[in-house]
Design a protein around this ligand. Structure first.
Ligand SMILES: C[S@@+](CC[C@H](N)C(=O)[O-])C[C@H]1O[C@@H](n2cnc3c(N)ncnc32)[C@H](O)[C@@H]1O
Length: 193
């Protein structure tokens, strides 16, 4: 057996908390690979909301979701993830089973349009608030592009300080590859809904 990549590991962790009918959020839709993964995992009765600031990303994602026949269970927003709390249906608060962040820039897109610490941090804070007890937040962090390391350092700093009675936070990184992305996963404690 060989170890999975950190991205695959993120999917395994999220799969473990999603079931048919779950609510999930893709905070950085990009090419829509994670959105598609979430849409499949929540099944026909589940729902996914996705955020991205680039129309190009949303168009690619929409095409991917349509081709897979799951577009009707996904709402895509051309908005920053920092607008999550004002955008998600109010009755989703405390019921979201999984939120996925994949920071950095759109693969195959403009590499200067990147996620930014000043919007990433409020979006993470909102996600933790909207997460259901037993739910999970995953964050893929990249340090190879300008600004990536600073963003990753701040995200780590903030997530390390979460109250251990409410959250469990783990970090996983490939150690023998230069500038390998790393994964942070946060689970919210409490009775599962
Ligand atoms: C690494 S890509 C995401 C990859 C995606 N998960 C996939 O499966 O293809 C990061 C994305 O975050 C988007 N982004 C940048 N700032 C954002 C923000 N404030 N809110 C939401 N998305 C943002 C970028 O436009 C880009 O498409």
């Amino acid at each position: 057996m060989s170890l999975p990549s950190t991205l695959t590991l993120a999917h395994h962790l999220v799969e473990g908390v999603l079931h048919s009918g779950s609510l999930a959020v893709d905070a950085t839709v990009g090419n829509g690979k994670d959105t598609l993964f979430l849409a499949r995992a929540v099944g026909v009765s589940g729902q996914v909301h996705g955020f991205d600031i680039q129309q190009e990303a949303l168009d690619r994602a929409e095409e991917r979701l349509r081709a897979a026949g799951v577009a009707e269970r996904v709402r895509l927003h051309r908005k920053g993830h920092q607008q999550m709390a004002e955008t998600l249906p109010p009755d989703w608060r405390g019921k979201v089973r999984a939120v996925m962040f994949n920071l950095g820039y759109l693969p195959g897109g403009n590499p200067t349009v990147i996620t930014r610490t000043d919007t990433t941090l409020p979006a993470l804070e909102q996600s933790l608030e909207w997460l259901a007890p037993g739910g999970i937040l995953t964050v893929m962090l990249y340090t190879g592009h300008p600004g990536g390391k600073e963003e990753a350092d701040r995200v780590l700093e903030v997530l390390k300080k979460l109250d251990a009675r409410r959250f469990r936070t783990v970090c996983c990184q490939t150690l023998n590859r230069r500038q390998a992305p790393f994964l942070i996963a946060v689970s919210k404690s409490g009775k599962t809904v």
